[in-house]
Structure formats: structure tokens, C-alpha cells
Design a protein around this ligand. Structure first.
Ligand SMILES: Cc1cc2nc3c(=O)[nH]c(=O)nc-3n(C[C@H](O)[C@H](O)[C@H](O)COP(=O)(O)OP(=O)(O)OC[C@H]3O[C@@H](n4cnc5c(N)ncnc54)[C@H](O)[C@@H]3O)c2cc1C
Length: 490
């Protein structure tokens, strides 16, 4: 059976896109690799697990309204909701798209490969944490900031009892307050950048008062928990034998060079580090969607005002078009749903006046997202914190010194570094180390912190094509092929 629309990703963007297309009378399949709807923002424990509590969430009214709408359509038979289904690739076929999924809803080892077909496709696969290596970052007890948050929301688990949250960007604030709400002591939020960077961008804040109010709410929560926010401060090393025991904090200058004499050791048992997010573009790249460089050092999918990508029939919404948060993702999803309806010759599901308002809100929220990215860049000199024996690629256990040796031997980008060192060739396929390897490859003649300009703009990292977006057991593939051929080998 071919749906009118297949939506990949059940976060805010995907839920809104599906709900809009369903409201307009289309038949929709909504796929997510998780066991519940909500994506990263509204991550919930798997059904049957102990609830983690509403206090960890924002805007649950919208979430519940969307869940109710989707559930009503599922019961009515107009929505196929396929959770625990991981899309490993998607290709255009004669009448739309064939989406190749792995059904992981059963026990380990019983995965089933299937093909879901749809006339149009919305890709809303979100983002993952951007990571930077530093000495000790591979010790147990060191998490990404998103990882700390996901543990709390998905499992109700606080990663430690003495915690430091570090990196850059407003996302550190909800993580720190959520960890403190769970009973752990948050010793500091270390923000690498100076708040003065917002000085030239107050216009974007004034135009997004809801964001300013949200920020003020976190300031109150941090004060209530007595959590100090240390600006222009980074974690330069994590220490411990079998697991994390302490971190070294240091003050940095405007480009991220450590100010000598400011290093301070703090005893902790958990660290969350967040350097922003990287859009999960694998499927969009495989389908041939054109990408753009964005201000935060990422590539993002190019879309028109209706979220249409450069590939006919493929729409993209949420973090893939530029990291901008859940409010923007929701509205982009709604616009994508409306474009799907328009392209299917259907009338809009949203009232015209509201649609104009949503478009304006998207513009405003994108402007805020741009200001946020400019105010919270990854410090240019971050590679000065990396020692030669610091592991750069965790999957293939490649130390930074080997990457630097490859660069000295002539490697000029992450691809050549990969060929010479295997950095980026492992299980994660460069998702974790790709950005770092590229930055290391562009250290200038004066060594760490001296960044050579990258051809074509400020972005250091161009994502690579990964034809298989998630590992898939060969047995499941073989069984699907056998089925497709009508068991002809029997
Ligand atoms: C770990 C993490 C934690 C975060 N926590 C917060 C937070 O607490 N507060 C906040 O304001 N922002 C948070 N964010 C930022 C957040 O991603 C966005 O604000 C918002 O959730 C974006 O919505 P989205 O729909 O674009 O993507 P997401 O919410 O990320 O939804 C994408 C969905 O796509 C699914 N997916 C991805 N790839 C596939 C695939 N191949 N096959 C099937 N399904 C797939 C994922 O399972 C996910 O459910 C977090 C981000 C991350 C990475």
C-alpha cells in the first residue's frame, strides 16, 4: 500500500507535518526509530516504564494535542504509526519514494527489513550533539549535554551527584536545571563564550520575546539552585582512573585560548558537554537534496518558503534546515504539511490568516536561531586544548597526534585524514569525530588554534554521504530479498 505521504521522524517537526497532512485528508505513514513519539524535545520513557515526570518538559499541551490528533487518525485507519522503525535508506521509485526500514519492535535478533512506499516524503530526522575531543573525554562519566538530558527524560536517571555542564549555547541551561531538579548538585555551568557577543544581536531577542522569557525563567531556576554560570570558561581536561573523578576548568580569551594561570581542578562524578548540534542529514543527502553552509559550522538542507527541498516530492523540516529549537521545528513541520497538501491539489488545512502568521513566526525564529549561533560559536582555538595523545576518533582509537602527523604529511581535509589514519571509518562513520578531524586538518602553520581558512566559507565540516544510515543485520536484508522474490529459492 502506498501512502500519500511518508514522514520520517516523530519529533516536533514530523508530528506537526503528519498532523497537518492528515487534517487535509491525506493518508500518512509516520516512522520513528524511537519507541514513543516526541523526538528529543518531548522524549518520554518507553511504554510500561516508570514515568519521569512532566517537570522535565515544556509545552506539553502542544505535545498532548498532537498525540491525540495522531492517535485519532491511527484509530480511523488514515495514519500508519510505525515506532521502533529505523529508516536505513530511501530512494525515488516510479510513483514517489521507497523508504527502507528496519522494524526493531521485536527482540534483538528478530529485526525485520521492510519497504514503505509514499508519494511524497517529509524528512524530519532532527540532530545529534556536536562533540569536541579533549583530554579525558572518553572516560566513563563524561556525557554530551544532550545525553545527560536524554538519560533524565527517557530513563529518569541523573548521571551523577556532582555535575558540571559545559560547552556553549542556551541549551546548557535546561540541562543544568533539569539535572539540579533531579537532586544532583550542579557545581557550574561553563559557557565558553562571553555574553557580550549578544550585544550586537539584541534585535533578534526583542523580536522573540518568548525566548527572552524562557531565558529569564532559566536564570531564576539557576539562582534557586545556586548554580554559578561561568562565562568565557571551558573544561580543558577530564581526569580519573577507571571513571571520571575531576575536571579542569580554565578561563579563555575571545578565540578560546586558555588564559595562563586560570586552570582550576574540580571534583565531579559527571560532566555534560554541549557544543551545539549537527543536523542528521544522511537521508536527505542520499536522496540528493542540495545543502547550504550555515552560520554555525554545519551544512543544512536548502528549502524554499514551503520547506520543499531541491528534490521534487522531498520536504525537509526541523533541525535539518538549521538548528533552531522545537518552536521553529513545529512551525516548519506545519508548513511542510501544507506544501504536501498544495502539491497534492488539496486545500490548506490551516486558516489563511494563521498560515501567514506561521510564516512570519518561522522567519522570526530563524533570525533568532542565526543570532544564537553567532553568539555561541565553537571557539576557533579549541584545538589548543587537544594533546597529541587525546583520542580524536573513538571508534578507530586514533589519537590527535596521528591526525596531525597525517596533516604534516600532506592531508588537507577530513577525507584525506580518514584515508591516512582511519579516523571516521568506524561504527559512527564520522558522526562524532568528523567535525573535529576537519578542524585538526585545518590547523594553520602556527599550530593549534591557528585555523587556515576553508575553501568556500567559514564552515569546516561538510557531511559525507552515508548510503546506509543505520547498521542493518545482513540476515534481515537477506530475508527481505528472499521474501521479495517470492521465496523462489525454495
Ligand atoms: C540528545 C538531544 C537532546 C535534546 N534535548 C532538548 C531539550 O531538552 N530541550 C530543547 O529545547 N531542545 C532539546 N534538543 C534540541 C531538539 O533536537 C530540538 O529543539 C527539537 O527536538 C527539534 O525537533 P525535530 O523534530 O527537528 O527533531 P527531533 O526532536 O530530534 O526528532 C527527530 C526524530 O527523528 C527520529 N529519527 C532520526 N533518524 C531516524 C531514522 N533514520 N529513522 C527513523 N527515525 C529517525 C528520531 O528518533 C527523532 O525522534 C535536544 C537535542 C538532542 C540531540
Amino acid at each position: 500500500m502506498r501512502s500519500d505521504l511518508v514522514v520520517i521522524g516523530g519529533g516536533p517537526a514530523g508530528m506537526a507535518a503528519a498532523a497537518t497532512a492528515l487534517a487535509g485528508g491525506l493518508r500518512v505513514t509516520l516512522l520513528d526509530s524511537g519507541r514513543t513519539l516526541g523526538g528529543q524535545y518531548w522524549r518520554h520513557p518507553a511504554p510500561g516504564s516508570v514515568p519521569t515526570g512532566d517537570h522535565l518538559h515544556h509545552d506539553l499541551t502542544t505535545y498532548r494535542a498532537l498525540v491525540d490528533v495522531l492517535d485519532a487518525h491511527r484509530v480511523a485507519g488514515t495514519l500508519d504509526l510505525l515506532l521502533s522503525h529505523h529508516v536505513w535508506t530511501a530512494v525515488a521509485d516510479e510513483d514517489g519514494f521507497a523508504v527502507h526500514v528496519l522494524d526493531r519492535s521485536g527482540t534483538a535478533g528478530s529485526e525485520v527489513a521492510e519497504v514503505i512506499r509514499g508519494r511524497q516524503l517529509v524528512i524530519a530526522t532532527g540532530a545529534f550533539d556536536r562533540q569536541l575531543p579533549f583530554p579525558g573525554w572518553d572516560l566513563p562519566g563524561v556525557f554530551t549535554a544532550g545525553g545527560l538530558q536524554a538519560l533524565l527524560k527517557g530513563n529518569g536517571v541523573a548521571a551523577g551527584s556532582r555535575v558540571v555542564v559545559a560547552g556553549t549555547g542556551p541549551f546548557l541551561l535546561p540541562v543544568a536545571t533539569a539535572v539540579a531538579d533531579s537532586g544532583a548538585r550542579v557545581l557550574a555551568v561553563c559557557e565558553a563564550n562571553s555574553p557580550t557577543r549578544w550585544g550586537r544581536r539584541v534585535g533578534a531577542v526583542v523580536r522573540s520575546p518568548a525566548k527572552a522569557i524562557e531565558g529569564a525563567g532559566y536564570a531564576v531556576a539557576l539562582a534557586r539552585h545556586r548554580i554559578p554560570v561561568r562565562t568565557s570558561t571551558v573544561v580543558v581536561a577530564a581526569h580519573g582512573q577507571a571513571r571520571l573523578e575531576a575536571v579542569t576548568l580554565a578561563a579563555v580569551d575571545g578565540v578560546g585560548r586558555v588564559r595562563p594561570g586560570t586552570e582550576r581542578r574540580v571534583v565531579v562524578d559527571a560532566l555534560g558537554v554541549g557544543w551545539g548540534f549537527v543536523p542528521q542529514l544522511d537521508l536527505a543527502i542520499t536522496l540528493g537534496c542540495r545543502l547550504l553552509e550555515w552560520v554555525d559550522g554545519n551544512h543544512v538542507a536548502e528549502v524554499d518558503a514551503g520547506q520543499r527541498s531541491s528534490v521534487a516530492g522531498v520536504l525537509v523540516a526541523g533541525e535539518l534546515t538549521g538548528i533552531g529549537g522545537a518552536a521553529l521545528a513545529l512551525r516548519e513541520g506545519q508548513l511542510a504539511g501544507e506544501s504536501v497538501l498544495a502539491d497534492a491539489g488539496r486545500p490548506p488545512a490551516t486558516a489563511p490568516a494563521r498560515l501567514v502568521q506561521v510564516r512570519r513566526e518561522v522567519e522570526r525564529l530563524r533570525a533568532f536561531a542565526r543570532a544564537m549561533a553567532e553568539a555561541h560559536p565553537v571557539p576557533q582555538a579549541w584545538t589548543t586544548w587537544v594533546q597529541d595523545d587525546t583520542v580524536a576518533c573513538r571508534c578507530e582509537e586514533v589519537p590527535a597526534g596521528r591526525v596531525r602527523a597525517a596533516v604534516a604529511a600532506g592531508a588537507s581535509d577530513a577525507r584525506q585524514v580518514k584515508q591516512l589514519t582511519r579516523a571516521g571509518m568506524g561504527w559512527c562513520q564520522g558522526r562524532m569525530c568528523g567535525y573535529a578531524a576537519t578542524c585538526l586538518a585545518h590547523e594553520g602553520p602556527d599550530g593549534p588554534g591557528d585555523r587556515r581558512p576553508v575553501d568556500g566559507g567559514p564552515t569546516a565540516y561538510a557531511p559525507v554521504e552515508r548510503l546506509v544510515a543505520t547498521p542493518i543485520p545482513l540476515g534481515a536484508l537477506a530475508a527481505a530479498e528472499f521474501e521479495a522474490k517470492g521465496n523462489s529459492a525454495m
